[in-house]
Design a binder for this molecule. Sequence first.
Ligand code: BES
Ligand code: MN
Ligand code: ZN
Length: 498
Amino acid sequence: MEYNVKSGNPEKQRSACIVVGVFEPRKLTPAAEILDDVSDGFISNIIRRGDLEGKLGQVLLLHNVPNTLSDRVLLVGCGKERELGDSQYKRIINKTVTTLNETGSMEAVCFLSELNVKGRDSHWKVKQGVETAEDSVYSFDQLKSASNNARRPLRKITFTVPTRKDLSDGEVALKEGVCIAAGVSKAKDLANLPGNICHPSYLADEAEAFAKDHDNVEFEAIDESELEKMGMGAFLSVSKGSDQPGKLIILNYKGAGDDSKPIVLVGKGITFDTGGISLKPGLGMDEMKYDMGGAAAVFGTTKAIIEMGLKTNLVMVIAAAENMPSGRASRPGDIVTSLSGQTIEILNTDAEGRLVLCDALTYVEKFNPEVVIDVATLTGACIIALGHKAAGLMSNHNPLAHDLLNAGDQAADRAWRLPIWDDYQELLDSNFADMANIGGKSAGTITAACFLARYTKKYHWAHLDVAGVAWRSGAAKGATGKPVPLLCQYVINKAQAD
Ligand code: BES
Ligand code: MN
Ligand code: ZN
């Protein structure tokens, strides 16, 4: 979809549809008020008759509103004025976009970006407006033979800003929103693809094609024989069970000078997780195609940052492998040597994410990183702890953790921190190796991160467990593209601070 920003009066807009809000109970927003004045009370008349209370998400489409230049006016219920926060704003935009898409307006001017949202400025509302709109029209139908797209789909939305002097900042917000939304869509597409299509080589091809299309981006994919020579025994203990060869995929973006240390993003790219010999139960196993959601998110973020043209150095590393049971698969009890030299007793082959990640995390030392952030659908325990509302954040560096929490709050894509105190480390004790790959029943998200912490001592590191936020189950099953907005905001903030 196409997006624009503009400032102006609602009655002067020549558009297929003007979108304005109504608060509960039946209170017109300033833009609705203006339309009401020029039309001699046309809107307030209708509202008085009880057609729209203003409850959150209610809509009423009006035609031929007198003295306006547009074909339609869409009234959108915004709920109680004092309760308008992030999630209400997103619901309002979502409802607006789906309604426009279904009712034949191919273009619209939306005044909802001038609503007062608690603690948010015009920049945020435009940026979030674009992201939410794009999220609302997203569908994954590339593998269906017939698509059921709208007959007259919405093509363009213009968000308004209060005054002309807000326009230049509005343009910046628009660009950020458009790039982040494209990154989110990319992450969703990759994650929604099934394991038979999106395997490690597919991800490598995608990264290679991306590098070809963009300046200042280098691509590299390291194959199993090379990984073996390097000594990545933990990574290979997972990938060797599959007929699909594992790959370490790297995109290196040089957007700043050589003296500026890169932000390194590492993604868990298990393109399908059967559990291996510690096989998962059958019910719902299809959802383990999303076990590369972390990789999808770092890919989407990389795309967004590069297309925004941010002056920053960024390295993306994807640890891509398939976790399968076979005659070549690791057995429970096997002991392997990681790239770091530390040995690992694999007590459960279903705790494979940390095995591929630990080697990738050692590998990235070579980039002399400013910070390293890994993103992984790592533990079911994270869903128990935080549900589907926040990513689990764990870090060895308080300022980094703080920056990521802030970025998540700004981006309405939240994380919540869990501790990784040394006290937990003993849960990983093994009788036969330096450590076990599981920590037992308690604190599963934390022990997984404590495992990774043993490989990240040489730099500032944070870990985002996105098992709960990377996709939705149930009827509306599908990838969410999280935490692309959080990561993008973090990089934007960082680039601005430098
Ligand atoms: N990919 C899973 C984690 C997961 C489970 C994500 C459910 C989303 C939904 C991971 O590889 C895994 O299997 N983790 C195990 C770890 C356990 C064996 C210590 C888990 O969470 O059960
Ligand atoms: Mn697993
Ligand atoms: Zn997994």
